[in-house]
Design a protein around this ligand. Structure first.
Ligand code: ATP
Ligand code: MG
Length: 323
């Protein structure tokens, strides 16, 4: 156990972050925690120039500066204004964009350090999924070095899996945004950050549907907007996988679907139908409180027959031909 864990007692939330980027400093027994932290920040070399308005707890700061520094250097983000929300896997920040990007505010979803993420039980989603490399290419099963590392759960193998998870979110946002879905436009990605369109204003990020009260006379229209997005995803062979009132934002009389890392492919994941049913059930149950009547089971069946079955037939045909 490294000695610098000893300084973590006064900040539980970010205590483990100190381990992420082991400081290139000698820790002597007489140093105070703040002296040690100062050295860590200095060692990351990022404080120069990039000094965000938002002042996180000191342990978070090291992680934040080293994660977002690259976007500062690329002239995408020039300030971090506030933390929007810390989730299980990531923390989202409201950031100011460089004026030359033509954007005002952007959202930066910063994934927790790999070893401290509490990835949702992702086995069900990963089934049938190809792994993506840092460049978004599929990793070949014949790449023995990578497959062995994943199998053995080495640090490198775990990193590949986590990068893959994040890239699924990014490439899905790209695909769906281009197709006209109500999702944030993605702008940039690194191995632990996605920078995307921000919903909200300078004071407040968009609340989730769960935190909002919809105008009763528009509830039906919003329900249909969610169904339009579910259908659009199915047309691209995808199921959200964690759709609920917690992952839909409501702002400016518009809905935005977020949080896509567990997106599921209908062709290759044998659990896809169950996952689609669960998404629809949660959405229908939410809108039921506004008296919007629906039958999630029938919707799932109809959607499945319309979009998934023809795809699966083609897949089977191709498989037969290649035998
Ligand atoms: N583009 C955005 N604009 C404004 N706020 C956002 C945006 N994306 C995410 N958020 C806020 O950040 C929160 C966390 O985002 P997201 O759901 O993608 O991450 P998560 O780590 O999977 O969270 P959770 O574990 O809570 O599901 C959201 O509930 C929402 O409040
Ligand atoms: Mg979420």
């Amino acid at each position: 156990m490294p000695r610098y864990r000893e300084i973590t007692d006064d900040n539980e939330d970010y205590s483990d972050y100190v381990q992420v980027r082991p400081p290139k400093v000698q820790l002597g027994p007489k140093k105070t925690p703040s002296e040690i932290l100062g050295e860590i920040v200095e060692a990351t070399g990022l404080e120069d120039g990039f000094n965000p308005t938002f002042q996180p707890a000191k342990y978070e700061k090291v992680w934040l500066l080293s994660s977002l520094g690259v976007f500062y250097e690329q002239h995408l983000i020039n300030d971090v204004l506030a933390q929007v929300k810390g989730g299980k896997e990531a923390t989202v920040y409201r950031c100011m964009a460089y004026p030359e990007t033509g954007l005002e505010l952007v959202a930066a979803k910063v994934y927790r350090p790999r070893q401290f993420r509490n990835l949702r039980n992702d086995k069900m989603y990963r089934e049938g999924r190809e792994m993506l490399t840092g460049e978004g290419r599929a990793i070949k099963r014949t790449d023995h070095r990578i497959m062995r590392a994943i199998g053995k759960k080495t640090t490198f193998g775990e990193q590949v899996q986590h990068t893959s998870w994040l890239l699924y979110e990014y490439t899905t946002l790209e695909k769906l945004h281009a197709a006209g879905a109500a999702v944030p436009q993605p702008f940039a990605v690194s191995d632990n950050v996605i920078v995307m369109e921000y919903r909200g204003d300078y004071h407040r990020a968009a609340p989730t549907l769960q935190e909002s009260v919809l105008p009763q006379n528009q509830a039906q229209a919003f329900f249909e907007e969610v169904l339009r997005n579910i259908e659009l995803m199915l047309q691209h062979g995808l199921v959200h996988g964690d759709l609920s009132a917690y992952n839909i934002l409501y702002w400016d009389n518009r809905l935005t679907l977020i949080d896509f890392p567990q997106v599921t492919d209908i062709r290759s994941n044998p659990n896809a139908r169950f996952i689609l049913e669960r998404d629809l059930k949660r959405v229908c149950e939410y809108f039921d409180r506004y008296d919007v009547k629906s039958d999630w089971f029938k919707l799932a069946k109809d959607f499945w027959e319309k979009y998934a079955e023809p795809e699966l037939e083609v897949e089977n045909l191709l498989a037969d031909l290649s035998e």
